[in-house]
Write a protein that binds this ligand. Structure first.
Ligand code: NAD
Length: 342
């Protein structure tokens, strides 16, 4: 059993902890939190050991009468690997602690590529993480783009990709963030950071991105225009290739009635996904269009969930024995992700 600790227990950390407990080859050592809030109480109810981020935190757990098993440093020392799911720039500050303890660690997309020197998306570069001490799982948008662009490149050789990203303004529990009634260019200059971030996984990939924030909390929406060298593409050839690509979900606005991201969230609730999580990049099948040598499509990304399978695969790649296919299959099965082909 691989012993896994989760440092930082909110949007990503809570999901990673649950996904770890769903793996046959992993054991959750505990989770570390700054505050003894309702999320700490729920973690204890699930049987997780809860640790405090620091001494001040431990005192607040004591004062609130919420059980605390020690500090995050002690938790990390009990693990084979730590998944750091703290906010951006906190992860890099924690790196020294993991190094001191001789522990492997996974950082998230809020950290810079340099924190680990390897930015990870399972289907693109699983084997490169083999035996590494530190790996960074890239952000939600980068993960979604890498899955699709890599697949299109392997099939049709991408000449250039242009992507416009409408980003959710905040996660559902972030009541202090916005926008509420505007579209915020994020940034107004071109490119946004997403294209360069794709290049941390797929070096030199010819992609340029533009981004804006919109008043929604549930999903991002990507509009892709991808020019390929293959002159013989057609809607059906592109679709057949995407259907064979792992970790994509397909919806249709016509006969199925998926008109918006709201329908996708509703669908995830109806099929009983925990927290209505969607781990797949969601592609509108009827948006997939080949015109000359350009491919067009719309894709939705559930920012809270898409990196969870990648974290689980990164754990196996770093400290486990399974190869890419074995690990992705185990992860997908445990989380209810469809296996390709469609
Ligand atoms: P979050 O703010 O929701 O959760 C982080 C938690 O860590 C908070 O509860 C915070 O109190 C706690 N924390 C702060 N300092 C800590 C410390 N020293 N030790 C332990 N806990 C500490 O953040 P998040 O959205 O889960 O994001 C975590 C990372 O994942 C970031 O790098 C982020 O960029 C990345 N990410 C976020 C999303 C998303 O949509 N939320 C998607 C993909 C990747």
């Amino acid at each position: 059993m691989i012993r896994v600790a989760v440092n930082g227990y909110n949007v990503i950390g809570r999901r990673v902890a649950d996904a770890v407990t769903a793996q046959k080859d992993m054991e959750l050592v505990g989770v570390a939190k700054t505050r003894p809030d309702y999320k700490a109480e729920l973690a204890l109810k699930k049987g997780y050991r809860v640790f405090a981020a620091d001494e001040k935190g431990r005192k607040s757990f004591q004062a609130a009468g919420v059980a605390c098993s020690g500090l995050s440093r002690e938790m990390s020392s009990l693990a084979d690997i730590v998944v750091d799911a703290t906010p951006e720039e906190v992860g890099v500050a924690n790196k020294e602690m993991y190094s001191d303890l001789g522990k492997s660690a996974i950082f998230q997309g809020g950290e810079e590529h340099d924190v680990a020197g390897l930015s990870f998306v399972a289907q693109c570069n699983y084997e490169k993480a083999r035996g590494r001490k530190f790996v960074r799982v890239v952000s939600c948008n980068t993960t979604a783009l890498c899955r699709v662009l890599n697949a299109l490149d392997q099939a049709f050789e991408v000449e250039r990709a242009r992507v416009v990203i409408a980003r959710r303004g905040a996660d559902p529990d972030e009541y202090k963030k916005g926008p509420i009634d505007s579209v915020v260019l994020d940034p107004s200059t071109i490119p946004s950071h997403h294209g360069p971030d794709v290049n941390t996984v797929l070096p030199n990939f010819p992609v340029i991105t533009m981004a804006m924030k919109i008043p929604t909390t549930h999903m991002h929406l990507h509009s892709l225009i991808v020019t390929v060298k293959d002159k013989g593409i057609s809607d059906s050839r592109v679709l057949e290739n995407l259907w064979r690509t792992p970790r994509l979900m397909f919806v249709d606005s016509g006969k199925q009635g998926f008109k918006s991201t709201a329908n996708i969230v509703d669908y995830a609730r109806e099929i009983g996904r925990p927290r209505s999580d969607i781990y797949e990049s969601v592609i509108w099948e009827d948006s997939v269009k080949a015109i000359d040598n350009e491919i067009y499509l719309f894709m939705a990304v559930h920012q809270e969930a898409i990196v969870i399978p990648e974290n689980i695969d990164a754990i196996r790649a770093m400290v486990g024995k399974e190869d890419k296919e074995q690990s992705m299959q185990m992860t997908d099965q445990s989380l209810g992700i469809r296996s390709s082909p469609k």
